[in-house]
Design a protein around this ligand. Structure first.
Ligand code: SF4
Length: 476
């Protein structure tokens, strides 16, 4: 299957069918290939890279062509009904491929696999494997059994599993940005959320393996890592040898000290757990980006209580004030759910007001989608009409877009340090990259500047999503 192997002094670098270098690929011969589609949050994309590494050790190489694959996998999301509908549509395409190639093995991974378990196999006759987020080590064995016609399922959730000994195989990577998962699961029980049921209890990964992975990707030329977790602020790893505990703030500093040229970001924070120590770490380390993703979900305290978010509006405002107090030029983004059970027009207006008051640079906004098995589904009626949900969503999207535009307008005339990520989508004559404050910038290429370089860019114009400028100098 594998096209070519190039000897280097340290490791063999393997290329797949398209000639892409497989970062972290295992040295032995790849005789089979797998095709994987990933959906949902960054955690899922990071999991797909762990799956790729596990399969790679078994002789599987990734391919981007489904018709070339021996194994087709889909890493699923269950956060909203629409997400699961998308998966079902993709499965019809996979089923067609299986009718043309009977030996093809189809596997469903991730949160939908965990939520539906055997039901998924009953519904989807052509699915051979259903594997939950904590059972990926079992995948090779399940695939081998499926090749003999035996369907397989493993949806056991674990209290220990963090895959911390597995080096992810970077799949959709631009060679500049890498995700590093630092913990798994979530102990919060937000009433609308399926994650605690599909990803299990919280467990933090060995801090030293996280630092080693950050060092490894930096040595491979990556310039930015994003530390991932459902609620990174509750990260806490106890060293079994010394009993010493590592907090999230300490972990941030450990990763930042890998190299001052390695940018560090993290996602996702929880307003109830983010500490001053985390804010000091951001304030005192240039390479820990001054940007925080802090989901509010709603701007109304009664709704926040129904959502079981464990904080109210004044608490959230106090956190925002504290962030701007300690890091005045910090930027903040959020998650918002509109149209939650019994939400009134006034309470909807509270959310609009919170977006304006907090000056979010962007938000991920959705209307409430009832998820089976959640506390909200069990206790509250999903009583907001669909048309009202859609209208409220459109209103908060408009308000957020204007807040984003106002924030970008303030950047015109200023010069920022930007990490070059690659070509802009619209033109190969331009690069795209982000400021530390998580703002996307588009600027003309100049000789001697490549992806992975840091440059200073003077901002000349903007729209609500993007800044436009020109390079004033390259930072060596
Ligand atoms: S913090 Fe709440 S919304 Fe986020 S993953 Fe955990 S339960 Fe879900």
């Amino acid at each position: 299957m594998l096209e070519q192997e190039i000897e280097t002094k340290e490791k063999e670098i393997l290329v797949d069918r398209q000639g892409e270098v497989l970062t972290g690929a295992s040295p032995h011969k790849l005789s089979k290939s797998f095709y994987i589609e990933s959906y949902g949050c960054a955690m899922n994309f990071s999991d797909s890279e762990i799956v790729a590494s596990i399969l790679n050790k078994e002789g599987y190489g990734p391919t981007k062509e489904m018709d070339q694959a021996d194994l087709v996998l889909i890493n699923t999301c269950s956060i909203r009904e629409k997400a699961e509908d998308t998966i079902r549509q993709r499965l019809t395409v996979f089923n067609k491929a299986k009718r043309e190639n009977k030996k093809l093995v189809i596997g469903v991974l991730g949160c939908m696999a965990e939520r539906l378990k055997t039901k998924l196999m009953e519904e989807e006759k052509l699915v051979d494997l259903v594997v939950g987020p904590d059972a990926y080590r079992e995948l090779p064995g399940l695939v081998n059994a499926a090749l003999t016609g035996q369907k397989g399922i493993n949806v056991l959730l674990s209290r220990e599993e963090t895959y911390d000994d597995i080096t992810p195989l970077r799949l959709e990577s631009n060679g500049v940005l890498a995700y590093i998962s630092i913990m798994r699961g979530c102990d919060n029980m937000c009433s609308f959320c399926v994650v605690p049921f599909t990803r299990g209890r919280e467990r933090s990964r060995n801090a030293f393996t996280i630092v080693a992975e950050a060092q490894d990707v930096f040595d491979r030329g990556y310039k930015e890592v994003t530390l991932l977790g459902q609620n990174v602020d509750s990260y806490r790893w106890e060293n079994p040898e010394t009993g010493a505990a590592v907090s999230f703030a300490e972990l941030l500093v450990m990763v930042a000290e890998v190299n001052p040229k390695l940018r560090v970001r993290f996602s996702t924070s929880h307003p109830k757990d983010i500490t001053d120590e985390v804010l000091y770490a951001i304030r005192d380390h240039h390479n820990i980006c001054n940007y925080i993703h802090l989901p509010a979900q709603s701007g109304n305290s009664r709704i926040l209580k129904l959502m079981n978010r464990t904080y109210d509006r004044p608490w959230y405002e106090a956190k925002i004030n504290r962030i701007y107090e300690l890091i005045p030029d910090c930027t903040i983004s959020s998650d918002i759910i509109t149209g939650f059970c019994t939400e009134t027009e006034e309470e909807h207006q509270d959310t609009i007001d919170l977006i304006k008051w907090s000056k979010f640079i962007l938000s991920y906004m959705f209307y409430y989608s009832e998820r089976p098995g959640t506390m909200a589904a069990r206790k509250y009626e999903d009583d907001i009409p669909y048309e009202t949900k859609k209208r409220r969503l459109a209103e908060i999207v408009d308000v957020q877009r204007e807040e984003s535009r106002q924030s970008n307008l303030k950047d015109i005339g200023r010069t920022y340090e930007v990490l070059v990520e690659g070509n802009s989508k619209k033109s190969d004559l331009q690069f795209k990259g982000k400021t530390g404050r998580f703002k996307m910038v588009i600027f003309d290429k100049i000789p001697g500047v490549l992806p992975g370089d840091y440059v200073m860019v003077k901002i000349e114009s903007c729209n609500s999503a993007t800044l436009f400028g020109h390079i004033t100098k390259k930072i060596d």
